[in-house]
Design a protein around this ligand. Sequence first.
Ligand SMILES: [Zn+2]
Length: 116
Amino acid sequence: MKHPTPTEIAEYAKSIGFDLDAEEFFDKYEIVGWVYGKYNTPIKSWKGVVRQWQRWHKGHSNNLSAGKPKLRLFPIGGTCCVETCKMPAVYKVTGQAYDHKYCHEHMPDEVKEQYG
Ligand SMILES: [Zn+2]
């Protein structure tokens, strides 16, 4: 197999809609001489490996979001408790004198950080 250049890798990744660090990919396989796996199997299709990374990447990010606690980010009824804001509330803080409801923009910062 003809070894690809980082540019070729970047172009191919882009063409399949994969935001790949082409330098990282290139270095990883250039160092070991374009082999993969436990038995140093020679790579016959580097494009196939790029697609494999893409699948791994997808699965990985799915797992990450699956691990997040669920937050109810759809309208929960009522409007944001910020006086000047009339947006539908998507987050409710309970356990206070009364429920505070917030729209996506006005929810507490620590909640934004946790859940995006
Ligand atoms: Zn608001």
